[in-house]
Write a protein that binds this ligand. Structure first.
Ligand code: HEM
Length: 434
């Protein structure tokens, strides 16, 4: 039906579709598409096509039931991560498919130990991923497991590896993709590490044999949580679930922490204002959580530095949107997050939310803040992620002077993938010990 069917953006090239126009200037391209086709339209990309949903319709997809739109199936369609895990570990494992950061010094001394006046240029994302991985491992798997040699590093690279494996699966024919992943890109080593070291801790927890060093971890909590049929997970099943926490939390959190540092590196006055707000006293994740400028700055990072097209969902049945347009069953739905988060006067303003009357600004979900999703499946880890990011920002600004390495100290450019995904800049940042 020409009225209910969203239009295809004109100008698609054979094989490449809209790829070049989107990659050149994603925001302009999507604005023009919106102006000519309305708020929901069809896009064509190399080997991918789907429906782009913009503005308030992003919230509508995020708030909908999984029976209408599935995030899991969307991700699986674009980058088959579940299949990558299955190929890596399916032959070994057949199972069912308030957080307290314990470490007061998350890896700064391992990763960036600079004396006052000493400086170093650092490509930050890899370091931050290891720092965040360390916090995640400590909080969710406990100290003993975290201290297993190579554990933190393996969890830090888990998401990058699974995305590479998933990309090969998406691009290659199934018979070849499965072989390539099994032979060269398997995550067997990482999952083995989890099961080998976390399972005995949980067995000890159940038997209460190691009470002296026993910690309440995510795995221990899962042991006590009944499944939908009333039975309980074994220690091995509980340990296996840790890989999902690794996937959901380390990459996302370090991604936005990296963006935050790049936003700070080009704003020395803001760094000083944050130092003034934090003050000279010793701080903890809890004490810095309520600082208004830090909170406002982080919400602005989370609002602005999002994907142009992301959070890919799959339509599980024909869905009629509130404007009467229909998204057909089985299609891929790209959410225009940058568009949904856009406000009037859309420049990066770290002070934007300082006087805003929201309970906790960076974690409160509103119609123009879709970074953590919306509705029943909104991110349950966001309070934890926000505390982690704020604590690390506070550590960085109080321990180092932070400078952009770009000419004139400007903000380094984002690293854009296919015009859709906005990754943090790859350029290094200059840190100087204070
Ligand atoms: C800045 C960091 C983070 C961002 C931007 C983020 C973003 C998101 C988004 C957008 C969703 C919703 C997807 C949907 O609509 O289905 C989501 C779901 C989820 N997130 Fe996060 N997340 C972050 C950190 C974390 C952390 C630290 C954890 C765990 C410790 C976590 C655990 C989860 C889980 C388990 C879900 C699935 C919820 C469900 O399906 O009901 N996330 N996240």
């Amino acid at each position: 039906d020409p009225i209910t069917t969203p239009k295809v953006i004109p100008g698609a090239l054979t094989l490449f579709g809209h790829y070049f126009a989107l990659s050149k200037n994603p925001r302009l391209f999507l604005d023009q598409a919106k102006a000519s086709c309305g708020p929901i339209f069809q896009i064509q990309l190399p080997m991918l096509s789907g429906y782009v949903v913009t503005g308030p319709y992003v919230a509508e997809v995020l708030r909908s039931s999984r029976k209408d739109f599935s995030f899991k199936d969307g991700i699986e369609t674009i980058v088959p991560l579940g299949r990558a895990t299955e190929i890596s570990y399916g032959h070994i494992y057949r199972g069912e498919g308030e957080l307290n950061p314990r470490d007061k010094n998350p890896a700064f001394d391992f990763e960036l130990n600079l004396a006052p006046g000493e400086s170093k240029q650092v490509p930050v994302w890899p370091i931050l991923t290891r720092m965040i991985s360390r916090i995640t491992c400590l909080c969710f798997a406990g100290r003993t497991v975290t201290e297993v040699p190579g554990f933190v590093e393996s969890m830090a690279s888990f998401t990058r590896k699974i995305i590479i494996a998933g990309t090969f699966l998406a691009l290659l024919p199934r018979w070849l993709g499965d072989r390539v992943v099994r032979r060269f890109l398997s995550l067997e080593h990482e999952i083995d590490l989890i099961l080998t070291h976390f399972t005995p801790r949980l067995e000890g927890h159940l038997a209460q044999t190691n009470a002296a060093e026993d910690e309440m971890t995510y795995g221990a909590w899962l042991l006590a949580l009944p499944k939908h049929d009333g039975t309980f997970r074994t220690p091995r099943e509980s340990a296996y679930q840790f890989k999902d926490v690794v996937l959901a939390s380390i990459h996302t959190t370090s991604h936005f922490l990296t963006f935050a540092l790049h936003e700070l590196a080009c704003r020395p006055a803001l760094v000083q204002a944050l130092r003034d707000e934090i003050g000279p006293a010793e701080f903890s994740p809890l004490t810095i959580n309520t600082l208004p400028l830090l909170d406002s700055f982080l919400r602005e990072v989370l609002r602005c530095d999002v994907d142009y097209l992301g959070l890919h969902h799959k339509a599980m049945r024909d869905v009629v949107m509130s404007n009467g347009q229909c998204i057909p069953k089985g299609t891929l739905v790209f959410l225009a997050l940058d568009d949904a988060n856009r406000v009037d006067n859309d420049v990066f303003d770290p002070y934007r939310f300082v006087n805003m009357d929201l309970e906790q600004k960076s974690a409160t979900l509103t119609q123009d803040f879709m970074t953590f999703g919306a509705g029943p499946h909104a991110c349950p880890g966001r309070h934890f992620a926000i505390m982690e990011i704020k604590y690390n920002i506070a550590k960085f600004v109080t321990r180092y002077n932070i400078k952009s390495t770009q000419p004139n100290g400007i903000r380094a450019p984002d690293s854009l993938v296919m015009g859709m995904t906005r990754n943090p800049p790859q350029d290094p940042i200059l840190f100087e010990g204070r």
